[in-house]
Design a protein around this ligand. Structure first.
Ligand code: A5A
Ligand code: ZN
Length: 481
């Protein structure tokens, strides 16, 4: 009977090698998102998924709160503001939802549901920015935004209502200071993703793929299990482009009026899509402890000495709680095996089993979700032993994911090779950096240039596959979400 039950539980989730099936099923059986909401591109956070969101966003908040302030701007943007910045309008006009009526009355000025908040925030920055002493301004908000996406919508990945859009908007005196802020934003995002044990590649997007209204865009990408890349964050240098259209000026030390320079940078619940996809396995979710709703589950192995074991389990649970560890004690009537499957599905990083043999040694058996490794640890220091393992688990998840990504980055010298290798991951190829050549490359390959990556990955020696010029720049290309 118990055997049969566990077999059934196993069968619920398709293998991770069928990534798309696995992903959609896991969101439901792992209770992350309910995909049955009757509007395309809109989904519902289950309470468990919402816990993951809360913990994940606590990390980004912690990182930003060091020198940003959190604020909240309105969802509705008057058409008159939205239509000020020409490039920005062009980039978003096909994606905007419009509110045109209030009750039975036609509105005099149509209202856009923010697809992003530049045009909601910058009219206020015009009022707030007066003198150089007001700068820099670094504000972020975490809000929902709406984009009428026409590409295939997917839960957490391509939404029409982005429920968890974290956007920061900064104002600086000079172009150079704004450039430094873009660097800082990228650093923050990389740190955020390291905390989630997700490896990333940073690159400057080609000019034709930058944010509408920006001078340039830096992007953070990760590689998904199906070998497509997912853009999980972007930071844009806006120069004084928006300052000119929204009239954001400050008085400098000499008393002269100057246009401000701005940046903006954003992430969304794609961060959670990456978290789930990169670490999850055939048994379900796998979380780094920091963002695991349940960090430890205690499972009593009851034979004979039931009372003593129950007492030991409750005492252990109490110690974990006292140390601020998110623990669960599963005293339900199910067989241990069924409990294992259930909590493995939920991504609980550590399982603690206490049975008669453990108790005899005043110990507990600790099993890691990510590796399956078992260890016996002294019960007296159970909380300390558990805590000590958290950072190791994060690090080994990160190392495994990083290795997996590195193994799927392929050096190529011809576009034929690129075409082949993007089936297996990211292709790296010399590029002279010219727009004409880049567009030909994208066309021939049928996939995008992500950009020239930061660091060694973007440096090398070779010849541009289109014009044949020698170059030291390496571009990366991949199939993208
Ligand atoms: N104002 C700037 C920050 C901005 O809007 N940039 S952005 O358009 O690039 O969006 C920021 C990030 O949000 C993207 O890098 C991507 O990770 C995420 N994102 C964009 N559109 C999304 C969508 N439809 N669903 C989920 N995430 C999305
Ligand atoms: Zn070229």
């Amino acid at each position: 009977m118990a055997e049969k039950q566990t077999d059934e539980k196993k069968a619920v989730l398709p293998a991770k090698s069928d990534f798309s099936e696995w992903y959609n099923e896991l969101l439901m059986v792992g209770e992350i998102m309910d995909v049955r909401y009757p509007v395309k591109g809109l989904y519902v956070w289950f309470p468990f998924g919402f816990e993951v969101r809360k913990l994940t966003y606590a990390v980004i908040r912690e990182l930003l709160d060091k020198d940003h302030k959190e604020a909240l701007f309105p969802l509705l943007i008057p058409e008159t503001e939205f239509m000020k910045e020409a490039e920005h309008i062009k980039g978003f006009e096909n994606e905007v939802y419009w509110v045109t009526r209030g009750g039975k009355n036609e509105l005099d000025v149509k209202l856009a549901l923010r697809p992003t908040s530049e045009t909601a925030i910058y009219p206020m920055y015009k009022i707030w920015v007066r003198s150089h002493a007001d700068l820099p301004i670094k504000i972020y908000q975490i809000v929902n935004t709406f984009r009428y996406e026409t590409k295939h919508t997917r839960p957490l990945i391509r939404l029409r209502e982005i429920t968890s859009f974290k956007e920061a908007h900064t104002v600086h005196a000079t172009w150079d200071e704004a450039a430094l802020q873009v660097k800082e934003a990228v650093r923050i995002y990389q740190e955020f993703y390291r905390r989630l044990a997700i490896p990333t590649v940073v690159s400057k997007r080609p000019d034709w793929d930058k944010f509408p209204g920006a001078d340039y865009t830096m992007a953070v990408d990760t590689l998904m299990p199906d070998n497509k890349t997912l853009q999980v964050g972007t930071a844009h240098h806006l120069a004084d482009n928006f300052a000119k259209t929204f009239d954001i000026k400050y008085e400098d030390i000499k008393g002269e009026q100057k246009y401000a320079h701005q940046t903006c940078y954003g992430i969304s619940e794609r961060s959670i899509a990456a978290l789930i996809s990169v670490h999850g396995d055939d048994k379900g979710l796998v979380f780094p402890p920091e963002v695991a709703p349940v960090q430890v589950v205690i499972i009593p192995i009851l034979f004979g000495k039931s009372d003593e074991i129950t007492r030991a389990c409750r005492a252990a649970a109490e110690r974990l709680r006292a140390e601020g560890i998110r623990g669960a004690l599963d005293e339900s009537d199910e067989r241990p095996g069924a409990k294992y499957y259930k909590w493995e599905m939920k991504g609980v990083p550590l399982r603690v089993e206490i049975g008669p043999r453990d108790l005899k040694n005043n110990a507990a058996t600790v099993v890691r979700r990510d590796t399956g490794a078992k260890e016996s640890v002294p019960l007296d220091n159970i909380a300390g032993e558990i805590k000590n393992r958290f950072e190791n688990i994060r690090r080994s998840l990160f190392e495994r994911a990083e290795r997996s990504m590195r193994e799927r980055i392929f050096g190529c010298s011809t576009l034929e090779e690129v075409k082949d290798k993007i089936q297996e991951g990211i292709a790296r190829i010399p590029w002279c950096g010219e727009r004409e050549c880049g567009l030909v490359m994208e066309n021939e390959v049928g996939a995008g240039i992500l950009g020239v990556p930061e660091g060694e990955l973007g440096r090398g020696a070779g010849t541009c596959p289109v014009c044949g010029k020698g170059t030291e720049l390496m571009a990366i290309m991949a199939k993208t979400y």
